[in-house]
Write a protein that binds this ligand. Sequence first.
Ligand SMILES: [Zn+2]
Length: 66
Amino acid sequence: MLDATTIYVEKLRNGILIVKNVPCKKCSQCGEEFFSMTIMKEIEKLSKQAEKIISEVMIIDYNNAA
Ligand SMILES: [Zn+2]
């Protein structure tokens, strides 16, 4: 597993949330990406906040938001 960053995309009620530069672990063989528990919780928090204010597409940078 390698340290990497990825883009997280989630469809919310009123739009689509895109989070850039999310830290993840990446499988060096198949390229599959995994989030740690801490990151998952942080993303969940971000998407709850985003759901209140989102319209259409919202793009945030994990480094600035979390
Ligand atoms: Zn793999």
